[in-house]
Design a protein around this ligand. Structure first.
Ligand code: BT5
Length: 317
């Protein structure tokens, strides 16, 4: 009912409480209550005597009503659950994935109290940023799981470019950097059997208008810092979801190659000298390629090696 009232408000300059009550078959008091709950959600609605209600502005909050409006995606954003505060959107995402919520469900929060990075590192998630998780059930073997992270980093890079004109660089395996500083991190958590992925919860953290923790100022930045203006979080998440829907379509069609080549284009990693920290310790080498599973093929000494996990630093900036 509230959504329909919002629809009427969006469609015309002024709309009377009486006409909405008639069309919806509810009382004018019920209309008034719904208008008040929209106001409490952050919608600025004025009421003018003899004219009715007018929507002055919508909140830039990633609430379902704003994110899903005419989104036009096939899978991603099938449902959007917004919470003002949460421990971690990935924790709830994993619970919902276990209960087999329909694919494409998004959980988004204004702030996280226990935001996590890889290897249990913490992820600073204050108000003003975009912290969300997307649940997918990709028909892929576990060793191809990295493809969903790759298509996600491509999608965020495309959305950032669309909204700010800035081209972020993808850093293996999951970061987006602008001028060498991290603006987005991705944490993909897979639940897999031997031969197939059961579910994939893709956690995406984007520093949008939030303050960067002083301890992270040397390594992190926000879109507001780099663009010099406030960026709409609603527009940004909508754009990310649309790009993800398109790129996930490529994965579903079995077109893994277009993901790999787009990722290579946006990462410009080939030929770079890197220092890799992983299970075998710290080693340096040159990136020869990224394989179909998203692993780095690194030239080291006279041979080459496949890098599956760990952290990478560039040595030739
Ligand atoms: C990541 O881990 O980059 C994955 C971050 C994923 C965050 C999202 S938010 C929604 C969802 N829910 C969650 O709980 N998580 C996901 P990693 O590559 O391990 O990087 C972590 C490191 O980045 C930390 O150790 C810090 O050095 C740094 N860091 C922490 N918060 C940051 C921030 N807001 N911006 C830039 N760098 C940050």
């Amino acid at each position: 009912m509230r959504d329909r009232i919002l629809g009427y408000l969006r469609d015309s300059e002024f709309v009377s409480g009486e006409s909405m009550a008639d069309e919806l078959g509810i009382s004018r008091t019920a209309v008034w209550k719904h208008v008040n709950s929209l106001k409490a959600m952050g919608y600025d609605i004025e009421s003018v005597k003899n004219k009715g209600y007018r929507l002055v502005s919508s909140p830039d909050k990633p609430i379902s009503e704003e994110v899903t409006r005419d989104l036009g995606t096939e899978i991603i954003g099938s449902e959007v659950r917004y919470l003002p505060t949460i421990d971690s959107t990935n924790i709830l995402g994993k619970e919902l994935a276990r209960s087999k919520i329909p694919e494409g469900c998004v959980i988004v929060a204004d702030e996280q109290t226990m935001g996590r990075g890889r290897k249990n590192r913490s992820w600073s998630s204050p108000k003003g940023g975009l912290w969300f998780s997307v649940i997918l059930y990709p028909d892929l073997p576990p060793e191809r799981g990295m493809l969903v992270t790759m298509m996600t980093s491509i999608s965020v890079a495309e959305a950032v470019k669309e909204l700010t004109g800035i081209d972020p660089v993808i850093k293996w395996p999951n970061d987006l950097l602008i001028k060498g500083k991290k603006v987005c991190g991705i944490l993909t958590e897979l639940d897999a059997e031997m031969d197939r992925i059961e579910s994939s919860v893709i956690g995406i953290g984007i520093n949008v208008n939030n303050e960067i923790d002083p301890d992270l100022a040397d390594i992190g930045t926000s879109l507001k810092n780099v663009s010099g203006k406030v960026v709409s979080r609603v527009d940004l998440i909508r754009s990310v979801l649309k790009h993800m829907d398109e790129n996930y379509g490529s994965i579903r069609r079995g077109d893994h190659d277009s993901i790999r080549s787009r990722w290579l284009e946006l990462s410009r990693i080939t030929g770079r000298k890197i220092r890799h920290t992983g299970p075998k310790g710290i080693r340096t080498g040159t990136v020869l390629d990224i394989d179909d599973s998203g692993c780095i093929i690194m030239k080291i000494g006279g041979g080459s090696e496949r890098i599956v996990s760990g952290d990478v630093e560039y040595l030739d900036d």
